[in-house]
Design a protein around this ligand. Structure first.
Ligand code: ATP
Ligand code: MG
Length: 508
C-alpha cells in the first residue's frame, strides 16, 4: 500500500459520535475515534472506561445505539463480525479466533481454503498458510493442532489469518496480558512490520511501557467519553495517567511503608514441599501479618508452587503445617477448610460464574466453607458484597448485576473479593494486578497492605518487582522450577531480585 497522500486522505477507519448504553450504564457517550493507515494507535483508560465496548463495535461484535462507522470516508457496515471483516476490520483475540482442534494451516486459512474438485486442497492450504506465516517471520508445523501451541503463537496465527484475508485494520484487546517479555517483543515486531506496510493497528493494554514502546498515537477514554487524543511523543506518562484517572496521582502511587516491628505467629510452614518434574522441594514459612513475595520469570515455577501450597497439585514430598497443625492437602477444599485461600492468575477462566450476580460470586467460597446447611442469609450476603465492592472500589451500579457484565478489571476485583470474604488465615495471590489499570492497581496494593497489617499471611506472586519490594517482608526468587533465593527485608531491591533471577542456578 502506498503512503503517498496519506495525510489528506480520510482515515482508514473512523467512528463518529458512537453511543452505546447497557441497562444502567452508558458504556460509550458520543465517542469519536479514528485509525490511520500505518499507525499504531493505543486506546487507553481505566477499567470500565469503555475500551472493549468500542472495539467490539468497530469489529462488529456489538451493535451501536447511535453514531456511524466510516471506512475510507464511506459509511460502512459493521453489524456483524463477518461484515466488519469484509470491510477489512479484524479483531485479534487470543481466545476467540482459534479453533484449537484444527491444524495451524486450517486456522490460518479458515473460510479461504482453496478447493480442488470440490474438496479442500490440503497441500495448497498448507502452502498458502506457510506463506502467510512466513510473511510474519513464523515457521510453524502447519499440520500440528493450533491448540498445542502456546497463547503467543496462537495469537500470531490469528494475525496471520487476518493478514492473509487482507485485513486493513487490526484490533488487539490486551494482547500481551499473558505473554512473557520475548513473546511481547516478537508480537511488537510483527505489529510494527504490518504498520510499516500500511495496516492500521489499534492496541489496548494496561502496561504503560508498552504503549510508549509501540504506539504513535494515544486516545484516552474515561467513563465512556474521549478525554483526549495525542501523539505518543507529545504526551508525557504523568499526563497520560492524569487523563486516565482524572484526579491527582497521589493515590495511584503506593506509599513507602514504615519498618516492620516484630514478627507474628507462624501461619503456615511448608517443609521440603515439592513434586518431581514440577517444583523442587522448598522450605517456606509465612507469618501472620507479613507478605512474602514470589519473583521469577514466566515458567519459573511460581504458579506451580502456589498450587502445591494450596493442594491444587498433589505434592510428592514434604509437609504442610497451618496454624500449628499438620495438614494433608489432598484438594483445594482441604486447603480452604484449613484456612488457605488462593486467587489464581487466570481469573477469567477460573471460576467466574458469569450469569450469577456479583453478590453470589463474592459469597460463594465463604458459603461453601460454612457448608450449605448453614446458609448465609440474603442480608448477610448483601453486606458482604457491599463491603467488598466498596473496599476494592469495584465499579458497578449494584451487587445484583450479573458479574459477566462488569469490565474485565472489575471482574478481577470481584473475584479477589470472593477470596477475601472467605476469611482465610493465609492468602495466596497470583498476579493480582495483572490486566488492571493504574487506579485499580493502587486499590489492590492498598488492600494487600491493609490485609497484611490486619494480621493475614500473604504469598504474592507478581511480575511487578517494585510493587513486591514495597509490601513484602521477604521475597522468594524462583528460577527453573526451584527457589534459588529467599531475600530478607534489608536486602530487598529490584536490582537484587533481578540479579538473583539472572544468576545461574548453584551460584546463589
Ligand atoms: N454486556 C454488558 N452488559 C452490561 N454492561 C456492560 C456489558 N459490557 C460492558 N458493560 C459495561 O460497560 C462499561 C464499559 O465496559 P468495557 O468492558 O468496555 O470497559 P473496559 O474499558 O474494556 O475495561 P477493562 O480495562 O476493565 O477491560 C462498564 O461499566 C461495563 O460494566
Ligand atoms: Mg476491556
Amino acid at each position: 500500500m502506498s503512503h503517498a497522500g496519506m495525510c489528506d486522505a480520510p482515515p482508514l477507519l473512523e467512528a463518529r459520535g458512537i453511543t452505546k448504553t447497557y441497562p444502567g450504564t452508558v458504556a460509550l457517550n458520543d465517542v469519536n475515534f479514528d485509525v490511520r493507515a500505518g499507525e499504531i494507535h493505543a486506546l487507553m483508560g481505566e477499567n470500565g472506561a469503555g475500551k472493549s465496548t468500542l472495539i467490539k463495535i468497530l469489529t462488529g461484535a456489538e451493535t451501536l445505539d447511535s453514531g456511524a462507522i466510516l471506512i475510507d470516508g464511506q459509511p460502512a457496515d459493521a453489524d456483524t463480525t463477518q461484515r466488519a471483516q469484509r470491510s477489512g476490520v479484524w479483531a485479534v483475540h487470543q481466545e476467540v479466533m482459534v479453533l484449537p482442534n484444527l491444524s495451524v494451516a486450517d486456522n490460518v486459512m479458515l473460510g479461504y481454503q482453496p478447493r480442488r474438485f470440490g474438496l479442500v486442497d490440503r497441500r495448497e492450504t498448507r502452502r498458502l498458510a506457510d506463506a502467510a506465516l512466513a510473511e510474519l517471520g513464523l515457521s510453524l508445523d502447519a499440520d500440528r493442532e493450533l491448540g498445542s501451541y502456546p497463547v503467543a503463537i496462537r495469537q500470531l496465527a490469528a494475525i496471520a489469518r487476518a493478514v492473509r484475508a487482507n485485513a486493513r485494520v487490526l484490533v488487539l484487546d490486551e494482547p500481551t496480558a499473558s505473554l512473557d517479555a520475548p513473546e511481547v517483543e516478537r508480537l511488537f515486531d510483527v505489529l510494527r512490520a504490518l504498520a510499516s506496510r500500511g495496516t492500521g493497528v489499534v492496541f489496548i493494554t494496561h502496561f504503560l511501557d508498552q504503549v510508549y514502546a509501540l504506539s504513535g498515537r494515544i486516545t484516552v477514554l474515561r467513563n465512556g467519553r474521549v478525554v483526549g487524543s495525542s501523539t505518543t511523543k507529545a504526551l508525557p506518562q504523568v499526563d497520560l495517567i492524569h487523563m486516565m484517572i482524572g484526579k491527582g496521582l497521589e493515590q495511584a502511587i503506593a506509599a513507602e511503608r514504615p519498618a516492620k516491628s516484630g514478627q507474628g505467629e507462624v501461619a503456615a510452614r511448608f517443609t521440603g514441599l515439592g513434586r518431581k518434574g514440577m517444583v523442587e522441594p522448598f522450605d517456606l514459612t509465612l507469618h501472620a501479618g507479613e507478605a512474602v513475595g514470589a519473583a521469577g520469570l514466566l515458567g519459573s515455577g511460581r504458579t506451580e508452587t502456589a498450587m502445591l501450597m494450596f493442594g491444587a497439585e498433589r505434592a510428592d514430598a514434604g509437609s504442610v503445617e497451618i496454624a500449628g497443625k499438620q495438614q494433608r492437602l489432598r484438594s483445594p477444599w482441604d486447603a480452604i477448610r484449613a484456612g488457605l485461600a488462593f486467587s489464581p492468575e487466570d481469573r477469567k477462566a477460573d471460576g467466574i460464574f458469569g450469569d450469577l450476580s456479583i453478590r453470589d460470586n463474592i459469597a460463594i467460597v465463604l458459603q461453601s466453607k460454612r457448608g450449605w446447611a448453614r446458609k448465609l442469609s440474603r442480608p448477610k450476603q448483601q453486606r458482604l458484597a457491599d463491603e467488598y465492592i466498596a473496599r476494592l472500589n469495584v465499579k458497578t451500579s449494584d451487587a445484583e448485576k450479573p458479574i459477566g457484565q462488569l469490565s474485565g478489571g472489575n471482574q478481577q476485583k470481584a473475584l479477589l473479593a470472593r477470596w477475601l470474604a472467605s476469611e482465610p488465615k493465609v492468602l495466596i495471590l497470583d498476579e493480582p494486578t495483572r490486566g488492571i489499570d493504574v487506579g485499580a492497581h493502587a486499590d489492590i496494593v492498598r488492600v494487600i497492605e491493609e490485609l497484611r497489617d490486619s494480621g493475614l499471611a500473604l504469598y504474592v506472586i507478581s511480575s511487578e518487582l517494585e510493587e513486591l519490594v514495597a509490601y513484602s517482608e521477604r521475597i522468594s526468587v524462583m528460577r527453573d522450577r526451584r527457589q534459588v533465593a529467599l531475600l530478607e527485608r534489608d536486602e530487598l531491591s529490584v536490582d537484587r531480585i533481578v540479579a538473583a533471577i539472572a544468576a545461574p542456578a548453584g551460584e546463589q
